[in-house]
Design a protein around this ligand. Structure first.
Ligand SMILES: Nc1ncnc2c1ncn2[C@@H]1O[C@H](COP(=O)(O)OP(=O)(O)OP(=O)(O)O)[C@@H](O)[C@H]1O
Length: 211
């Protein structure tokens, strides 16, 4: 468009349901943009993008939002937890976007996930959690409805080595148990190597710089 470089130029990408893909590459190469496209937050400039059986480009923004709530669990580098709520309240947040709210069964699932990720007190305010605990709450929240697709944007990057290892183990275990497809952005090559495949993105090179 107008001679500008595309943020992403991926000729084709096929990922089987239940598979895991690590996305790596230098800063600015489009890793986060790829997650935005896969989650339907950004509408890509391509004719076909089928994610979990749905062709996203023809959908309106509202339809993509509904699809995302049913389909995608997100984990961010900086947790995106809501202060002023406890750990359980944060895990139950995705339920508040559903018409029926949180059923007793959903509440039980949330409590069981929190136990699984090692949170001793589900009523602890999230502000008082360690960073590793915050990310474990975020992992539990992303998996609450066993979404078909989990997108994780550098989920271990802001953690110390021990917390990062715990979060990575829990995330991979819970994703496997849920049968979710996982797309995970990371600079950690050891973590990338634990996934089924790796997509290494490069920064687009302006035409004037190609010799
Ligand atoms: N909404 C937007 N409009 C215009 N340009 C954008 C938009 N979002 C991202 N970009 C540009 O696209 C490029 C890729 O950004 P992106 O955030 O996807 O990179 P990244 O690989 O995730 O980087 P980092 O590792 O630093 O987080 C950057 O040059 C960025 O400035």
């Amino acid at each position: 468009m107008g001679g500008r470089l595309p943020v992403l130029d991926i000729p084709a990408l096929d990922l089987a349901g239940g598979a895991s893909l690590a996305v790596t590459g230098p800063s600015g190469c489009g890793k986060t943009s790829l997650l935005s496209v896969l989650s339907g937050l950004e509408r890509p400039d391509c004719t076909r993008l089928t994610v979990c059986g749905t062709d996203l480009p023809p959908l309106s923004e509202a339809a993509r939002d509904r699809w995302r709530r049913r389909t995608v669990g997100f984990i961010f580098q900086d947790f995106h937890l809501f202060p002023g709520m406890d750990a359980l309240g944060n895990v139950l947040l995705p339920a508040s976007f559903r018409a029926a709210g949180a059923s007793a069964e959903t509440r039980r699932a949330a409590l069981s996930l929190l136990e699984r990720v090692g949170l001793r007190d589900p009523h602890q305010p999230v502000e008082s959690l360690s960073r590793g605990e915050m990310q474990r709450v975020a992992v539990a929240r992303a998996l609450l409805f066993r979404p078909p697709l989990v997108l994780a944007d550098e989920p271990t990057a802001s953690l110390d080595a021990a917390a990062a290892a715990t979060v990575a183990d829990l995330l991979l275990e819970l994703v496997r148990e849920a049968g979710s497809t996982l797309v995970l952005v990371t600079h950690d090559m050891a973590l990338a190597g634990r996934l089924d495949s790796v997509l290494a993105l490069a920064k687009p090179v302006p035409l004037g710089e190609i010799r």
